[in-house]
Ligand binder design. Structure first.
Ligand code: PEP
Ligand code: MN
Length: 263
């Protein structure tokens, strides 16, 4: 992952003609969890607004074992159906090394490693044995060096298609869900050739802060954004408090384009 051995920016090919890094900027949008047929409604709206990749969790890492755990393989099928109709790559989380082959067999475009699994070394090695691009999130209390070492676990097994993601870290601050470490964007670009995505949804935890911090991440040089969007946030099965409605997402995309036009 070290730029010393690889001066040029890595461009990761996510499928469906979508590339990220080295000047290619992409917006990944969709619900926190795949919940059912509303996925297609959300996917159509985010695509229309300009998102280029569709996200949605089918396997969810929840703090409580009694909270909604995701639709599992059935959720992957819904993502595949939506992505097929809209010709967009899918980004979805894999939590268990035993599921990696299922994701590969289903042709999932990008496997997400969530913050809670950022140091699950057996999972990192398992996705490293595939050629599927990996969106690797920074650990909840992970340092930048730990994130880069997690990337090394994947790359040392042969998979160099790694996208790094800053999603906020745990600090003493309680007014936001996490503290968005925007420093990480230029620091990661300095240290590494890998593309860097920022996730203002998990980094802030509140809908009202997502747009300003999405714009800030663009200004800081992020190669992409991951943003949660839900057609009815108050009824979302997870992370409704940080979801944008499709109308809010339209406006945020307009403002992202405006910022990107001047940087
Ligand atoms: C998610 O993307 O829905 C998610 C669980 O993110 P994180 O791992 O960053 O908390
Ligand atoms: Mn979420």
């Amino acid at each position: 992952a070290n730029r010393k051995f690889h001066p040029a920016d890595t461009v990761v090919d996510c499928g469906h003609g979508v590339k990220i890094g080295g000047g290619n900027f992409q917006v990944i949008a969709g619900p926190c969890s795949v919940e059912g047929k509303n996925l297609l409604t959300i996917a159509r709206r985010v695509k229309k607004a300009g998102a280029t990749m569709l996200r949605g969790g089918a396997f969810k890492p929840r703090t409580s074992p009694y909270a909604y755990q995701g639709m599992g393989a059935e959720g992957l099928d819904l993502l595949i159906e939506a992505a097929g109709e809209l010709d967009m790559p899918i980004v979805t989380e894999v939590m268990d090394p035993r599921d990696v082959q299922l994701f590969v067999d289903r042709g999932i475009d990008v496997m997400q490693i969530g913050a809670r699994n950022a140091q699950n070394f057996s999972l990192l090695k398992e996705v490293g044995k595939t050629t599927t691009p990996v969106l690797l999130k920074r650990g909840m209390s992970g340092t930048i060096d730990e994130l880069l070492m997690a990337a090394e676990y994947i790359m040392s097994e042969g998979n160099e298609n790694v996208i790094l993601c800053e999603r906020g870290i745990r600090t003493f601050e309680t007014r936001t869900r996490n503290t968005f470490d925007l420093n990480a964007v230029p620091v990661l670009h300095y240290l590494s050739h890998l593309p860097v995505v920022a996730d203002p949804s998990h980094a802030t935890g509140y809908t009202r802060y997502v747009e300003p911090m999405a714009l800030a991440a663009c200004a800081a040089g992020a190669d992409g954004l991951e943003i949660e969007v839900h057609d009815c946030p108050e009824k979302a099965w997870s992370d409704g408090s940080q979801a944008l409605t499709p109308d809010q997402f339209d406006r945020t995309m307009d403002r992202i384009r405006a910022i990107r036009a001047v940087i």
